[in-house]
Write a protein that binds this ligand. Structure first.
Ligand SMILES: [Zn+2]
Length: 86
C-alpha cells in the first residue's frame, strides 16, 4: 500500500508532484510539518509544493502551528534510482 493515490493523474512518470489539490506541477518545495497532538516532536510529515502553491500550503499549516521547515525539494534523479528493477 505504498503507491501514489492516483497514478492516472501523473503526467510526468517518476516525478513527485505538488500536494495541492488538482495541481500537476512538479514539486519544488518540501514543507515539513508536525501535528503535536498526533506525532512525537521529532516526527516530520512532508507536503510537497510547486512555486505557486508553496505559500498557500505553508499558510494552511502555519495557521495550525504545524509548520516546521520549508526546504527546496529535489526530485529523485532517475539515473540514481536503484530500487526499481525492470
Ligand atoms: Zn502546485
Amino acid at each position: 500500500m505504498t503507491g501514489p493515490p492516483d497514478p492516472s493523474a501523473s503526467s510526468a512518470p517518476g516525478a513527485v508532484l505538488c500536494s495541492a489539490r488538482d495541481c500537476r506541477e512538479p514539486a519544488l518545495w518540501a514543507l515539513r510539518w508536525n501535528n503535536p497532538k498526533l506525532h512525537p516532536p521529532e516526527r516530520r510529515k512532508t507536503w510537497t509544493a510547486c512555486d505557486l502553491h508553496r505559500q498557500s500550503l505553508a499558510d494552511h499549516l502555519d495557521r495550525r502551528s504545524f509548520l516546521r521547515e520549508v526546504e527546496p525539494f529535489e526530485q529523485p534523479a532517475r539515473l540514481e534510482r536503484q530500487d526499481e528493477a525492470d
